[in-house]
Structures are given as C-alpha cells and as structure tokens.
Design a protein around this ligand. Structure first.
Ligand SMILES: *[C@@H]1O[C@H](CO)[C@@H](O)[C@H](O)[C@H]1NC(C)=O
Ligand SMILES: *[C@@H]1O[C@H](CO)[C@@H](O)[C@H](O)[C@H]1NC(C)=O
Ligand SMILES: *[C@@H]1O[C@H](CO)[C@@H](O)[C@H](O)[C@H]1NC(C)=O
Length: 256
C-alpha cells in the first residue's frame, strides 16, 4: 500500500511539473490571454524615448509606433513592451494590444536586435554607440545561451512526460525508467532555468546603464526583468526533484 501512495504522489508531482512546462512553452506564441501572461524575459522601453532625446539633444520624433498590428522587425516603430518566449516574441503598444513574430524552434533571445529592428536607422545607429560594451547588445552570446537553454527545457519536458506515463504502470522495470527520467528531467530543467536566469540577470545591467554623460549621466530608460516563465520553470524543477524521492521508494519497495 505504501508503494501505491508513493506512486500517486510522484505521478501527481510529475503531472504538475508537466503542466507548468507546457505553460512555459506556450509563452508569447500569440497575444491571447495565457500566452501573453507568460514570458522568459520582459523589456520595457517606455523610458527610452525620453532618455534618447535628452542624450542626443533632439526631441524624439517617431521613435514609437501606436499601430499595434504593424509587423515587427521592419523599422515600423518601437513598442513600449517586448516579451520573449521560447518560440517567438511579442511587442505591445500598451498593456494589452500587441503583435508577435513568427514562431521558430529554439528562437534566439536577441532583445537588442528586436528593439533596434523596430527603430528608424538613425535611432538604431545612436543605440549601437550608446549600448556598446553591454551584455544587452551582445546578441550572439544571448542567442547561443537561449538556444542551449531551450534544448535543455525541451528534453526536460520530454523526460518529464516519460516519467509521468511510465510511473503509472505497475512494473518494476518501468519504475526504474520513471525514476531515471524524473532525475534527468529535473537536471535538464534546472540547467535550462539557470541559463535563462543568468542571461536575463546579465541583461538587467542595462537598467542602470548610462547612455550619455550629459547632465551627470542619463540612464537608458530601458528596464529588463524576469518573465513569469522563468519562475514556472523553477517551480517545475522543484516538482520534478521532489518526485524523484517517491519514484525511488516505489522503485525499491513496490513491485506490483
Ligand atoms: C497598421 O499597420 C498595418 C500593418 O502594417 C496596416 O495595414 C495598417 O494600415 C496600419 N494602421 C494605421 C492606422 O496606420
Ligand atoms: C491599447 O491599444 C489598443 C489599440 O490602440 C486600444 O484599442 C486599447 O484600448 C488599448 N488598451 C489599453 C489598456 O490602453
Ligand atoms: C511569417 O510568416 C508569414 C506567413 O507564413 C510570412 O508571410 C512572413 O514572410 C513571415 N515573416 C518572417 C519575418 O519570416
């Protein structure tokens, strides 16, 4: 009987982990309610226009667009908020209205490219100078790490699924597989979540970055922050790590 309780507990934890991971995957695939609420990273550019016009001593003219449907990455104007998911990113002109890029497997996290590809060329050229030497502008580093993290999260999700489905069968061999899968899933999600946490943390350097020395220093006006997807990934890791204990106990004691 104790074995059965263990399997139940482990299955429940695996199920919760899988659910959380599915939410992580759907983040920013479109602008509807749930995907909109889930992102790995957020970039709020609303203060940048003012900072830029102070830095270049020129009123900002047409930096932002209010047309929320105009396609991204085609110099149609900066949006107020950019949110990055695993497959695409979306940009919003206010808290609700926005548009997304096409979905790609292992989409690159390149927030600087996302922002500057929406600006007119003269503004993106100013930005290239102002953000030189920040991690935020280091797109190849961010893209590489986000791709690696994506594959860890994808494999972690697959192993979590295997752990869940093999855990319900009453076979010793399958308990061994579910225990092993649960451990591997926890490890992979840990690595994926840690990489994402680290790259967003490094991008946060831009929040206090001075784009000009005028007036004793003008702060960028760009705010990078963690999205809820990172917290969901950490929660999924916690569930998978917790599930390994009852899986192991079932594996050793319950052989139906
Ligand atoms: C907004 O952008 C879309 C797509 O580019 C375009 O079809 C539409 O006419 C624009 N709306 C306005 C008000 O400019
Ligand atoms: C956001 O912008 C859209 C389109 O301009 C508008 O319809 C909507 O009411 C705005 N929402 C808020 C919360 O301001
Ligand atoms: C996105 O997908 C649409 C439809 O498949 C296509 O027309 C468009 O060119 C794509 N955009 C980019 C940037 O790849």
């Amino acid at each position: 009987m104790r074995g059965e309780y263990c399997v139940g507990g482990a299955s429940f934890l695996s199920f919760v982990a899988l659910l959380l991971l599915i939410f992580v995957h759907v983040g920013q695939i479109n602008t509807s309610l749930v995907p909109h609420g889930i992102a790995m990273a957020k970039v709020d550019t609303s203060g940048f226009g003012k900072a830029l016009s102070e830095a270049i001593l020129d009123p900002d003219q047409g930096l932002y667009t209010t047309n929320y449907t105009s396609p991204l990455g085609q110099r149609n104007g900066l949006r107020q908020i950019y949110e990055f998911g695993l497959y695409s990113y979306c940009a919003y002109v206010n808290s609700s209205a926005g548009t997304c890029t096409n979905r790609t497997i292992a989409d690159n996290f390149e927030p600087y490219v996302a922002l500057t590809s929406d600006m007119f060329t003269n503004y993106s050229q100013y930005s290239d100078t102002m953000f030189a030497n920040t991690t935020f502008i280091n797109s190849s580093y961010l893209a590489y790490n986000s791709r690696v993290a994506y594959y860890f999260i994808l494999l972690g999700t697959i192993f979590a699924t295997i752990a869940l489905f093999t855990g319900v069968a009453r076979r010793a061999m399958l308990f061994f597989i579910s225990t092993a899968s649960s451990i591997i899933a926890a490890l992979f999600i840990l690595i994926g979540a840690a990489i994402w946490t680290s790259i967003v943390k490094k991008c946060e350097g831009v929040n206090t970055w001075e784009i000009s020395q005028l007036d004793g220093g003008i702060i960028s006006g760009i705010i990078v922050s963690y999205g809820s997807g990172i917290y969901l990934a950490w929660a999924a890791f916690a569930c998978l790590a917790a599930a390994t204990v009852p899986y192991m106990v079932s594996c050793c004691t319950f052989r139906g």
